[in-house]
Design a protein around this ligand. Structure first.
Ligand code: OAD
Length: 254
């Protein structure tokens, strides 16, 4: 259990900071019912990421890649923002959060109300035909098709997400670099910090002098090195408590 003292310390850091940026990962959406990748019961326990998550599989055996994508899509379609997402939306509304760099493809930060969201790994809200490039909202396709195919040319669809073997879209990469370099507080929420280049963002922030605060029930490679400290709890619990404390401090004029 994260103590009130720890919550207060982070809330005070947020109040003091000129620019706060959050880097989020799959742990952010666990309380929305979306399994993480590397945790117990996670997607990569069932599917080998190098195989199912690789662009080459989607291009050469789309029906195989869509076995995993179908499972992911179903979870995402059912999911709603949890109190952690809502807390970050409130923080942005309060003018205390500059942007979110998210590795998640579920779009839940947008649904929660955040406006400044960098989708580092793209999203699952739309699909693009790998043959003719036609783009469609995901709700318009039948995910039970194996694989879902374009009505215009019969090419297989690919979600607008980044797969292993693909580059990060340059806009997202450049914008994330800028936000990381120019913040003075980075909240690192629910990421194992194992996947690069997303995992370099806390290092960039820290090297530029920012305080780095992790929110995660488990330690990560950043803990005790790049991170200044870790709040060992879930995103929903910790973020809602921190933002509530931020509001108290603002109301008290501190
Ligand atoms: P991971 O599955 O690697 O890590 C999830 C992290 O969330 C772990 O550190 C958990 O301890 C933590 N966690 C679990 N439950 C939590 C909760 N309720 N609140 C807070 N934290 C919790 O997910 P990512 O770090 O996001 O890439 O993975 C990075 C990338 O690897 C993904 O974007 C995806 C994957 O391969 C692509 O698809 C390109």
């Amino acid at each position: 259990m994260v103590t009130d003292q720890e919550i207060k310390k982070s809330a005070s850091s947020i109040i003091r900071a000129k620019k706060v940026v959050a880097l989020c990962g799959a742990g952010m959406s666990v309380e929305s019912g979306i399994a993480s990748f590397r945790g117990r019961g996670g997607l990569w326990e069932k599917y080998n990421p190098e195989e199912y998550g690789h662009i080459a599989t989607l291009q050469n055996k789309p029906e195989k890649a869509w076995i995993m994508l179908r499972e992911m899509s179903r979870e995402i379609m059912k999911a709603k923002p949890n109190r952690g997402h809502l807390a970050l939306a409130e923080l942005e509304m309060l003018g205390r959060l500059s942007s979110i760099i998210t590795q998640n493809v579920d779009g839940l930060h947008h649904v929660a109300g955040n406006k400044n969201v960098i989708e580092f790994h793209g999203n699952m809200q739309s699909v693009v035909c790998m043959k003719c490039g036609d783009r469609q909202p995901s709700i318009e396709i039948n995910i039970d098709d194996s694989p879902p195919r374009c009505k215009k040319c019969n090419g297989a669809f690919k979600p607008d997400a980044v797969f292993f073997g693909e580059a990060i879209p340059s806009d997202a990469l450049n914008h994330s670099h800028f936000e990381s370099k120019t913040c003075d507080l980075m909240l690192v929420v629910g990421t194992s910090a194992l996947v690069y280049p997303a995992a370099t963002m806390p290092e960039i922030a820290s090297s530029a002098g920012a305080e780095v605060v992790e929110i995660n029930p488990e330690a990560t490679p950043l803990t005790g090195s790049v991170s200044d400290y870790i709040l060992r709890g879930t995103a929903g619990e910790v973020l809602s408590r921190v933002v509530s404390r931020v509001k108290d401090l603002l109301a008290a004029g501190r």
